[in-house]
Design a protein around this ligand. Structure first.
Ligand code: FES
Ligand SMILES: [Fe+2]
Length: 431
């Protein structure tokens, strides 16, 4: 298959969203090759804690060992293949024990014991044979508590892979006076009936909110206005919703920065630095911890979303993280997480929780309206109604410096063009 014929600088063929062969190749050359987000270290705080997930098509889990290291292992028993962790998360105790014939493994994956071991005398089954231990991910690393693994022994380091997109984790953690976040152990899981690329494109698509989210934004804006008139102020969280109904021109005035490997940033469009007592108390803690200059540097970063291509959308100012696990060309699992800033006032955490529930959870109209578009998009692209998907908006109008594409039009489809540039490179030649 000649993938290069499916992607042109200003348009892509619909097959990249619908074709099983393309999807399989994406799994091999992208997801099972790059650094993939596993979870946060705080999801496995105790020795023996594990958390299961997938990297591409591979069932994996991370587990904290007796040496307190987190390892990422294939969720497969070396005996006859049964998954070792049947639950999503839990504590394995002092060893991983298979539910089928009780082969047991140390928490680092090494074979520990087999019932009636003498039955294997003279065979190739022994503790020295690596085939008898649980297979580890080729590489594991973490950045500021966020754990990643790569199934490829070669390729860029985690920091090289993240590049400028690592600011997602800095911006999140630097807002804590101790420089750390911890996971809120509740994760919304949504199956999206659409290709994973719909989600990634949508995150920095600043043209869609005032259309797709109009009903929510306008309704919230009306109540916000009424409350302000009647009481002098409206709760902060109304702004999370009313901002969606900003005018096209306001959205277009926002910038995007599009990095190599498909990563990108949508700069801030919401006034997220109010001057209320809670914010002032939070800022005072940061000044105490870091000094005034650093605090200013941390809080003046202009970020709304950071994308780590091809699977992560991080809204660092509000400690939100969404992670994609593609399942099929037209089926994608998204995990929706939020985090608590360690050492920050409870009121600041409440803002994160409000945003989580009002904007990102499956219970909101915001998320539901996006999901409906993507499902209908998938249906359209599976039809014979046309072969090409257009990314012409502001084509030719972007500035590129050292591989970074800057767009002063928030609604520019530079975002999608940049993602497909990375996609083509991955699909042509693993990096
Ligand atoms: S399959 Fe795991 S012990 Fe047999
Ligand atoms: Fe949206």
């Amino acid at each position: 298959m000649n993938v290069s014929q499916l992607v042109e600088p200003d348009r892509v063929h619909r097959r990249v969203y619908t074709d099983q062969q393309i999807f399989d190749r994406e799994m091999t050359q992208i997801f099972e090759h790059v650094w993939v987000y596993c979870g946060h270290e705080s999801q496995a705080p105790q020795v023996g804690d594990y958390y299961a997930f997938t990297i591409g098509r591979q069932p994996m889990f991370m587990v904290r060992g007796k040496d307190r290291q987190i390892r990422v292992l294939h969720n497969r028993c070396p005996h006859r293949g049964v998954q070792l962790c049947g639950n999503q998360k839990g504590n394995a105790g002092s060893a991983l024990v298979c539910s089928y014939h009780a082969w047991s493994f140390h928490l680092d994956g090494r074979l520990r014991s087999i019932p009636l071991q003498k039955g294997y005398d003279g065979t190739r089954v022994n503790a020295e044979n690596p085939d008898c231990s649980v297979k580890p991910a080729a590489r594991v690393d973490s950045y500021r508590g966020f754990v990643f693994a790569s199934l490829s022994a070669t390729g860029p380091s985690l920091l090289e892979f993240l590049g400028e997109a690592k600011v997602a984790f800095d911006d999140m953690c630097d807002r804590s006076p101790v420089g750390e976040v911890e996971v809120v152990p509740i994760c919304h899981r949504v199956i999206q009936h659409s290709n994973w690329k719909f989600f990634m494109e949508n995150q920095l698509d600043a043209l869609h909110p005032s259309v797709t989210h109009q009903s929510t934004g306008v309704a919230a804006g009306r109540i916000e206005k009424k409350l302000k008139e009647e009481t002098g102020a409206a709760p902060f969280y109304y702004h999370y919703l009313s901002a969606f109904a900003s005018k096209f021109e306001q959205w277009d005035a926002v910038q995007t920065i599009n990095f190599p490997r498909g990563h990108g940033i949508l700069k801030a469009y919401m006034g997220l630095r109010p001057q209320d007592p809670d914010t002032r108390a939070h800022e005072a803690l940061l000044v105490k911890a870091y000094g005034a200059e650093k605090t200013e540097e941390y809080l003046s970063r202009s970020i709304h979303h950071v994308l780590v291509y091809p699977y992560l959308s991080v809204q660092s100012p509000l400690q939100q993280l969404r992670c994609l696990r593609p399942l099929a060309p037209g089926k994608t699992l998204s995990e929706i997480w939020h985090f608590r800033l360690k050492g920050a006032p409870e009121a600041i955490y409440r803002r994160s929780l409000w945003y989580y529930n009002l904007v990102n959870s499956p219970a909101t109209m915001v998320n539901a309206d996006d999901l409906e578009n993507w499902t209908k998009g998938q249906w359209g692209l599976e039809s014979d109604g046309g072969d090409w998907v257009s990314f012409h908006r502001n084509y030719g109008g972007d500035t590129e410096e050292a591989g970074v594409i800057y767009s002063n039009n928030g609604t520019s489809e530079a975002v999608m063009r940049n993602q497909f540039r990375a996609w083509s490179q991955y699909m042509a030649d693993p990096q």
